[in-house]
Design a protein. Structure first.
Length: 365
């Protein structure tokens, strides 16, 4: 992989820097990150276009093992922890006062902790390394979405593109209806999966071995620690918790927007025995837009990710036959927030996929 691409994956660091700059400039500058993501990145993404080149097969194994790419994600893990601590400090200073400033700061913050932070957590959570899994959980703790570690890996990747998966949007389903199902049903399913795992091991659901209990406690404990550390006589006690949980809400809602975009309407064929065909690159929407993939660690090459979940982000491939999104994620999630606009764009593309794949091709083994 060339050096430009290597450097490109560090561009994500721009976003927290803009949050800090916007905060110290004050006022409307707290919207700096929001404007950069949805105006600048979307525009450059459109102008630069697609990157459909893949790492050569004979080099993929070597590139996939390069420590540099893991190092980038490790750096982000510690940066996000420090960033959230700084965010609580910033709020404690009282410099964010008006509703406009609050909304700009919190939405921008959630774009960082969710848009990039959960993306990195997703990448690390798929790996076999206990260290990387730990880093994944630490990142998810900062956005109150630790159950994602269970539900995504053991639930979503098994049931994707079937009616059983709460994180696969149905055809004709708007984002807001999808959000409620994916958030609440997904959380309940994570408990179910953890209970099954504990039962197989002969352990009680009420025990220190239940990850879901820890996943509920740790974000609250982390927030309580930050509240205690940055408490001030001039600030009411609930300001830091309000900020922490608000940015978490924005962060995981952004994740659900991405889930909505990635799998909208795609359904695997059901075989005669009732089982579904194996997941392949035809079962997720793909986007190979160069610039947004730098910021999202090639998450948009989602078709290959679902076909090869353990593959590292730097060697994920563009697959021509996969259903292709017309724009990168920053543009698509804005469109998803306006259901009539979303349906007018995506239902036509979905029908093309259904005619090309679902109705024509034989069921895969």
């Amino acid at each position: 992989m060339n050096s430009i691409k290597k450097i490109g994956f560090f561009t994500a660091l721009i976003l927290p820097a803009f949050i800090v700059v916007g905060f110290y400039l004050g006022g409307g500058w707290n919207w700096l990150t929001v404007g950069f993501v949805f105006l600048v990145i979307t525009s450059i993404d459109y102008l630069v276009g697609l990157d459909t080149k893949n790492v050569e097969t004979e080099k993929a194994k070597v590139v996939g093992e390069e420590f540099y790419y893991r190092f980038v994600t490790y750096v982000w893990t510690f940066l996000q922890l420090a960033f959230v601590v700084w965010g609580c400090f910033a709020i404690s200073t009282g410099k964010v006062n008006t509703a406009i400033e609050w909304f700009g700061f919190i939405i921008g913050f959630g774009l960082v902790t969710g848009g990039i932070g959960i993306t990195v957590a997703h990448e690390l959570g798929h790996k076999k390394s206990k260290l990387e899994q730990f880093y994944s959980q630490m990142l998810l703790m900062t956005v109150c979405y630790m159950h994602f570690f269970v539900e995504h890996n053991r639930g979503h990747h098994v049931q994707v593109a079937t009616p059983a998966d709460p994180a696969t949007a149905r055809k004709g389903e708007n984002f807001y209806a999808f959000w409620f199902r994916s958030v609440f049903v997904g959380y309940a399913h994570a408990w179910h999966l953890e209970k099954e795992s504990l039962n197989r091991k002969g352990r009680s659901i009420i025990s220190v071995h239940n990850s879901m209990i820890w996943f509920a406690i740790l974000p609250v404990a982390f927030c309580a620690l930050l509240t205690f550390f940055f408490k001030s006589e001039t600030m009411v006690w609930w300001v830091i918790p309000a900020f922490f949980f608000a940015q978490s809400f924005v962060a995981f809602s952004l994740l659900e927007l991405v889930n909505y975009v990635e799998h909208y309407g795609i359904v695997r064929k059901q075989k005669a025995n009732g089982q579904y065909e194996r997941v392949n690159p035809l079962h997720s929407w793909n986007a190979s837009h160069l610039i947004s993939n730098f910021f999202l660690f090639q998450l948009q090459r989602h078709s290959d990710h679902h076909a090869n979940a353990i593959k590292r982000y730097q060697v994920l491939e563009h697959v021509d036959d996969s259903p292709q999104l017309p724009f990168g994620y920053p543009t698509m999630i804005i469109i998803a927030l306006v259901p009539p606009l979303w349906f007018s764009l995506m239902n036509r593309l979905l029908e093309d996929w259904e005619n090309r794949v679902y109705r024509q091709q034989p069921i895969a083994a």
